[in-house]
Design a protein around this ligand. Sequence first.
Ligand SMILES: [Zn+2]
Length: 275
Amino acid sequence: MKLKSILGISLTVWFLLLLAGEAKRPLRKSTEPKTPRVARNAVIAALSGVLLQLTEVPLTAWLSRRVEKRRLGLLNQAPMPSILRAIASIALLDYTLYLWHVISHKIPLLWRFHVVHHIDLDLDASTALRFHFGEMAISVLWRLMQIRLLGINPPHLLAWQNFLMFCILFHHSNVRLPIATETSLNRFLVTPRMHGIHHSVIEEETNSNWSSGLTIWDKLHGTFRPFSEDSSVVIGVPAYQRESETTLEAMIKLPFEEQKQVWQYDGAAQIAHEA
Ligand SMILES: [Zn+2]
């Protein structure tokens, strides 16, 4: 069996295990009924998935082959043992994704799209796949820059993409891990309680815990916010608390409409979390 098929099956099994864990030991109480929410997130994910198959997959494969063949980019400038190159590639891709995540909150044009991921009123493994196709389209340009400037060769790109998928499914999941286990894992990896804080309705909390894979980037930049055992975070964005604002149609249209003051509660809104 081909390596890519094995990785695909492993990711599917991981997703199903997380769904089972969420059902058995949920971390946070749900605000919306789970099945229609997951179905909506799956449609958003499918639209982005088609776009990425048509753009990111062929473009990054072509560019990383070219980078390897012509020895382009930072990591191809000096000979180094292959294990060191692999570790450096994954770490630098992970760090530059940290930077992308920060600017996707700070630049208004990018935030219009990234906010679709954040207005989910609950957080679980399906949220990990719920990114607006517009955000994915723009992120292809960042991905190409990462590969070209860092000098990422095809096997390391594949390794990082799969590491990232395992990580983002995990840290968005609503699985309640024993606190000691999560604290140990969190020394190195982003975990569900840690990433939950980034999805908080409190602006200062959202402006922390930006890392996607390794926690070191938040620690180095002073943006790491520790979690508590109860994880009593309210998930979402204050201005988008109505369930009517998280329908499939509303989510697809949101980036193209006039934007609300996201960190202020809309006075007329029924606060879904208090309903
Ligand atoms: Zn974010």
